[in-house]
Design a protein around this ligand. Structure first.
Ligand code: ADP
Ligand code: MG
Ligand code: ZN
Length: 483
């Protein structure tokens, strides 16, 4: 941030590709400086945002612009300011407001070798995470006083840390033993999941509880998630994110809403769900182009967006959970009132771009009244322990290939590492012949069976694991046929 004052007709211009919000900083900065009982220099003021060729966006430059002008007019010492980064929007009365992306800005400031970040109190925890010392200020006047040496920065209160086990608990779900097992299986192998069943059977409820049984985030994952939610403006001042994200975009979402895009590329739902869960409720209602757009990010774990000369890569390593009615009328089975044409259209839409990326398909039925009354489901914490143990076994087995979980195993590694017993393989080939399983379907059954074995702490995949994995696959027969 450079500011230059010249004699001549008083005026104020900002150069260096500021966007509209950044251009409007002029009014907020002028008003903020006056309200802070500092002096607005009656000169020709030029502020340059360097490097001049890079577009600057947003209101976070307000505070730095104000400080640069105060330094240029000798109201604060320029040498002292030079060791500081600053970030924040100014209110007309000089108060400092938080802006999205404080963590990323703080990390950049630290990389640039600066010692301290002057920012609103809400952003201070993110500065701490980035390893730069925050100077929390509520008002421009406080920043001025601090830089003149007239005031020490207020101590930063560390944000409370949770263990990431917040959110709704699996024990809330009554009955649905099989669906809960399928959820656990998906979490254990990181397999994408489809829940198919009539409305009101708890599909949405189950999906929302997936983050609570996934392994706690590693420190590196937590930082990435915090960075993304900070940039997305979802996370003001909470310090480190501890809960895995859960994103449930409406089925009217556009392709760029899902995977990111726009004139100034912004991350989409797939990135906001990074290291967490992307839930597509009513899968068959999503527009085909949106689902097509999701295919590549799902496969690659990142999405590349090209706009003009800018190329941006956003991470998209999420677990996909989809829910669907069995058919358009929602009743399914014998009660179904759909026409053949309706059913065909429904299956066409489901079978589209994503179904062959989903390892676990499970039919969720109406629970019996007795099950709803009596069965007490285990708590998420207990299920999570089993999931974590199964993941550790996978990491031990696959670590040397740079993989962490069964869902990532390509066909080649699958043959090598599934450790299926001869009788399990025999059964698999039998199923293959009997149900005309595709090669992909075949691999998927074996992959899921490997996770079932990991949940059992069994070094080998036995016939019982194959039977269960195939049943999960085949019970939604219409769907399986479509896949
Ligand atoms: N198995 C269940 N256990 C407890 N409550 C349930 C169950 N299934 C459905 N419900 C109740 O019904 C409501 C609707 O469930 P929901 O998950 O939205 O169904 P779906 O997504 O299958 O249409 C939930 O908010 C919950 O109160
Ligand atoms: Mg629902
Ligand atoms: Zn129907």
């Amino acid at each position: 941030m450079e500011a230059h004052l010249q004699r001549g007709v008083p005026g104020f211009s900002i150069v260096g590709l500021p966007d509209k919000a950044c251009q409007e900083a002029k009014e907020r900065v002028r008003s903020g400086i006056t309200s802070a009982e500092l002096e607005w220099p009656l000169r020709r003021i030029t502020v340059n945002l360097a490097p001049a060729g890079l577009r600057k966006e947003g209101s976070g430059f307000d505070l730095p612009i104000a400080l640069a002008i105060l330094a240029a007019s000798h109201q604060i010492p320029a040498e002292r300011l030079a060791q500081h980064a600053a970030l924040g929007e100014l209110a007309l009365d000089g108060r400092v407001r938080p802006v999205p992306g404080a963590l990323v800005a703080a990390e950049a400031a630290r990389r640039a070798g600066l010692d301290r970040l002057i920012c609103p109190p809400e952003s201070a925890p993110e500065a701490v995470l980035a390893g730069i010392e925050p100077v929390a200020v509520q008002h421009l006047a406080e920043a001025g006083a601090y830089l003149r040496g007239a005031r020490e920065p207020a101590p930063v209160v560390p944000a409370e840390r949770s263990n990431g086990a917040g959110g709704p608990d699996l024990a809330d779900v009554r009955g649905q033993e099989r669906a809960r097992r399928a959820l656990e299986l998906s979490a254990a192998g990181r397999h994408n999941l489809l829940l198919a069943g009539p409305p009101g059977t708890g599909k949405t409820m189950l999906a929302r509880r997936l983050p609570s049984i996934l392994p706690p985030m590693t420190a590196a994952e937590a930082i990435e998630v915090t960075r993304i939610s900070s940039v997305g403006g979802l996370h003001h001042g909470g310090g480190l994110a501890t809960e895995r994200p859960f994103r449930a975009p409406h089925h009217t979402v556009s392709a760029s809403g899902l995977v990111g895009g726009g004139a100034q590329p912004t991350p989409g739902e797939a990135t906001l769900a990074h290291h967490g869960v992307l839930f597509l409720d009513e899968l068959s209602e999503f527009a085909r182009p949106s689902l097509e757009a999701l295919r590549q990010p799902l496969e690659d774990g990142h999405v590349t967006i090209v706009r003009g000369q800018k190329v941006m890569a956003f991470p998209t390593r999420f677990m996909l959970v989809a829910a669907s009615n069995p058919c358009p009328c929602g009743l399914g089975g014998d009660e179904c009132t759909c026409s053949t044409a309706d059913l065909a259209r429904h299956h066409r839409r489901l079978s589209g771009p994503l179904l062959d990326r989903i390892d676990v398909l499970v039919a969720v039925g109406r629970p019996a009244a007795g099950a709803l009354r009596d069965e007490q489901a285990p708590r998420s914490a207990a299920v999570r322990e089993r999931v974590v143990a199964a993941r550790e076994r996978q990491a031990d087995r696959l670590g040397s290939h740079g993989l962490t979980c069964n869902a990532q195993m390509p066909a080649r590694l699958l043959r090598e590492h599934a450790e299926a017993t001869p009788s399990a393989l025999r059964l698999l080939y039998e199923l293959h012949d009997r149900h005309r399983l595709s090669a992909r379907g075949h691999g998927r059954v074996l992959r899921v069976a490997r996770t079932l074995a990991d949940l059992d702490d069994s070094p080998t995949v036995g016939p019982e694991h194959i039977t269960l994995a195939a049943a999960l696959r085949l019970e939604t027969t219409a769907l399986a046929a479509a896949a």
